[in-house]
Design a protein around this ligand. Structure first.
Ligand SMILES: [Zn+2]
Length: 137
């Protein structure tokens, strides 16, 4: 299978600003206008205080490896050319419990450690949508 068939996100359900920012190589997340906390995934209400108001606030793109796994068996035909690859959960610097799942790229699996500092980068999918990934710093 080709890279063209690899699944990619379709901006919908209020996530359009997030994906548009990715296309500008900026990482943003919803930040509650009442309590000031970031939340991930995008949601219509704050998961901490249930307030509905929010802004799309910029993030530094810096964080630390919370956990990871190395995928050695392709579970989708389009992933065959990618294995092995690393799926990482990154805890972002802005907030202790603000974590997102992504890929850790351009590193050997043996080089990954808990709490290793990472920084966001963006890869362009064949569709043209830019996707956030992380690199060790
Ligand atoms: Zn809130």
């Amino acid at each position: 299978m080709s890279e063209l068939s690899f699944p990619y996100p379709i901006p919908e359900y209020g996530t359009e600003p997030y994906w548009a920012a990715c296309n500008e190589e900026r990482l943003v997340m919803q930040r509650c206008q009442a309590c000031g906390k970031f939340r991930w995934h995008p949601a219509p209400l704050c998961i901490y205080c249930s307030h509905s108001g929010y802004d799309w606030a910029p993030l530094s793109g810096r964080g630390r490896v919370y956990t990871w796994t190395v995928i050695t068996h392709a579970v989708h035909p389009a992933a065959v050319a990618r294995v092995p690859y690393v799926v990482v959960e990154v805890e972002l610097d802005e907030q202790r419990d603000l974590r997102m799942v992504s890929n850790l790229v351009d590193c050997e699996a043996d080089a990954i450690q808990f709490d290793a500092p990472v920084r966001v980068a963006f890869e362009t999918h064949a569709s043209g949508q830019k996707l956030p990934v992380f690199r060790l710093t």
